[in-house]
Design a protein around this ligand. Structure first.
Ligand SMILES: NC(=O)c1ccc[n+]([C@@H]2O[C@H](COP(=O)([O-])OP(=O)(O)OC[C@H]3O[C@@H](n4cnc5c(N)ncnc54)[C@H](OP(=O)(O)O)[C@@H]3O)[C@@H](O)[C@H]2O)c1
Length: 328
């Protein structure tokens, strides 16, 4: 046993910050990446990269040789169960001792969300594997949520979602990564399932206010409809499974079912990043991670990108900027 740490998803949101944190602390580790291009990019950041594809068992066997602990994360689409279960099986064969898995808040085998059902199923497989495990169940990422809307925020000063006045304690990817690094490096995290939220549940009105304050110009919340959100995700090429997840989550937000703040970060000695700190860091280019979703370069997506700002500007010009229902 070489005692090596392997980080999967090192080109994605959480994995890239975990790699940066391990690098900064001088901890030896190796990042698994499926494309030669990404391995070259990782090497340019001073990170040792190894070839590995969840869809290629032979590559997993090679990548996992001599690995003691691994961070497991994959894209939240219909491939999630197959890919992560393949990794767990290969890790078991390779004699890996401990897997730290990125799951999701409210993972449940009976969930209405396909993504949350998948995570619960993978968690079960991990528990049944006989390996030591730590499960991290983060709430929505500040990075994902904000960067998905960033073009509209910057160009028109608008954020939109079908959330009514429901709130969410979004969490900074950097704090999720800090939990993973603790679980990889410190004793006492095996068998733990961590619900990880941000420090405060904020409504879209609250987030618009923070964005406006940091950017120094008005940012308004336009309450959207689930139908238009579904259509927009379709045009932008969001795959069916994550799109269905987002629609379910937005209903739960409207129903005020996702507002609970968990003190997990504080209990682990990590100071949770506030949304305002996150936005300030984002503007200053200091947030790490990012939004791994890249909109497709299709005619329809380009048309949407051109038409949406115009429609929103016309709407704001005619109706004025929306105000909170209580007049604040
Ligand atoms: N975004 C949120 O708000 C949120 C909130 C809570 C939980 N989660 C959960 O977090 C997870 C996603 O985490 P993330 O945002 O850190 O990841 P991410 O940015 O979606 O990146 C996924 C990573 O998986 C890698 N990958 C995909 N397929 C692969 C394959 N066949 N072989 C090897 N590597 C592969 C990708 O590599 P390539 O560069 O090669 O594609 C990428 O590095 C999901 O399970 C999601 O359900 C997300």
């Amino acid at each position: 046993m070489g005692g090596r740490i392997l980080v999967t998803g090192a080109t994605g949101n959480t994995g890239s910050v975990i790699a940066d944190l391990l690098l900064a602390r001088g901890v030896p580790f190796v990042a698994m990446a499926r494309s030669a291009e990404n391995r070259t990019k990782l090497a340019a950041r001073g990170i040792e990269a190894i070839a590995g594809d969840f869809d290629d068992p032979a590559s997993l066997r090679t990548a996992l040789e001599g690995v003691e602990k691994a961070y497991l994360v994959s894209t939240p689409d219909e491939t999630l169960i197959r890919r992560e279960q393949a990794f767990i099986a290969a890790a078991r064969e390779a004699g890996v001792q401990h897997i730290v898995k990125c799951s999701a808040y409210m993972a449940d085998i009976n969930s209405e969300s396909p993504n949350l059902r998948s995570h619960a199923e993978i968690e079960r497989s991990l528990a049944a594997s006989g390996l030591a495990w730590t499960v991290i169940r983060p709430h929505g990422f500040m990075q994902t949520f904000t960067l998905f809307s960033w073009a509209m925020i910057e160009r028109v000063g608008v954020i939109s979602a079908p959330h009514d006045d429901g709130a969410m304690p979004l969490v900074d990817v950097r704090d999720v990564a800090a939990v993973a690094v603790k679980a990889l490096l410190e004793p006492g995290h095996a068998g733990q399932c961590y619900d990880v939220t941000g420090p405060t549940a904020l409504t879209m009105w609250d987030m618009a206010e923070v964005l406006g304050r940091v950017l120094g110009r008005p940012v308004s919340y336009i309450n959207g409809s689930p139908r238009s959100l579904g259509l927009m995700m379709k045009i932008l090429g969001v795959p069916a499974t994550p799109a269905e997840h987002v629609i379910v989550i937005s209903r739960w937000v409207r129903e005020h079912r996702l507002e609970q703040v968990h003190p997990t970060l504080q209990a682990l000695g990590i100071r949770p990043t506030s949304y305002e700190e996150f936005v300030r860091d984002l503007v200053a280019g200091r947030t790490g991670g990012g939004n791994s979703f890249k909109p497709p370069d299709t005619r329809l997506a380009r048309l949407l990108g051109a038409v949406m700002p115009v429609m929103l500007r016309v709407r704001l010009a005619i109706g004025g900027r929306p105000r909170r229902p209580n007049g604040d």
